[in-house]
Design a protein around this ligand. Structure first.
Ligand SMILES: CC(C)(COP(=O)(O)OP(=O)(O)OC[C@H]1O[C@@H](n2cnc3c(N)ncnc32)[C@H](O)[C@@H]1OP(=O)(O)O)[C@@H](O)C(=O)NCCC(=O)NCCS
Length: 175
């Protein structure tokens, strides 16, 4: 696990020489680990078939961070949405960040930064016009992360989450 040509060993400059992590494409065998990280780190959970369908359809942009034993400690997954334009004869394609999470013991080490950097390049290959995402208005770490990647707040989606919290809808043009 983690030694194929798509693996990207992360180096010591990330400040974790004792916790080496590699970032690589997700495989079907990783999905249980991805679901576990999701369960531990986020209130939103999804059924197995949802993860599997993202892997089947947009697998190039579905990445995992794994520790030395191959355990999943982070992931990122995207989908592409096609939206008809109101004022042009064009179908817009949006790269929608479905979910990203990093296990608590591995945070602030640049893992989310690397997951985003690598997966945004991959999802762009689907010919998207923009990157979009929702984030809880209270999620300061994630909002700060997205702003670093030049996402800006486009609007608020009221009571977007099951517990009633609002979401910021954030957008970045795919340049
Ligand atoms: C948000 C999350 C993915 C960041 O992962 P990470 O690997 O720790 O992030 P990085 O180390 O790459 O940090 C990149 C930037 O994110 C922001 N950030 C990350 N953690 C932060 C924190 N606790 N407080 C404020 N900003 C934070 C900073 O801008 C940081 O840049 P800096 O280190 O130069 O200040 C992680 O905190 C997480 O998994 N949270 C729970 C799941 C979640 O909220 N997902 C997003 C759902 S929309």
């Amino acid at each position: 696990m983690g030694t194929d040509k798509n693996s990207k060993p992360m180096n010591d400059t990330l400040g974790m020489p004792n916790k080496p992590v590699i970032i690589r494409k997700c495989t079907e065998e990783d999905l249980d680990g991805v679901m576990q990280v999701n369960l531990n780190e986020l209130p939103e959970d999804y059924p197995y078939f949802f993860y599997k369908s993202l892997l089947d359809n947009f697998g190039d942009a579905f990445l995992v961070a794994c520790d030395q034993e191959g355990k999943v400690v982070g992931y990122i997954m995207w989908r592409v949405e096609k939206v008809p334009s109101v004022d042009e004869f064009k179908i817009y394609k949006k790269g929608h960040l479905v979910s990203i999470a990093v296990s608590k013991d591995y945070r602030r080490l640049g893992i989310a930064t690397t997951l985003l950097t690598m997966s945004m390049k991959e999802i762009k290959k689907y010919g998207i016009d923009e990157y979009v995402l929702e984030v809880r208005v209270s999620n300061t770490p994630a909002i700060s992360l997205y702003k670093k990647f030049n996402f800006s707040i486009h609007s608020i989606k009221y009571a977007y989450y099951r517990d009633g919290e609002n979401a910021y809808y954030m957008i970045r043009k795919a340049d």
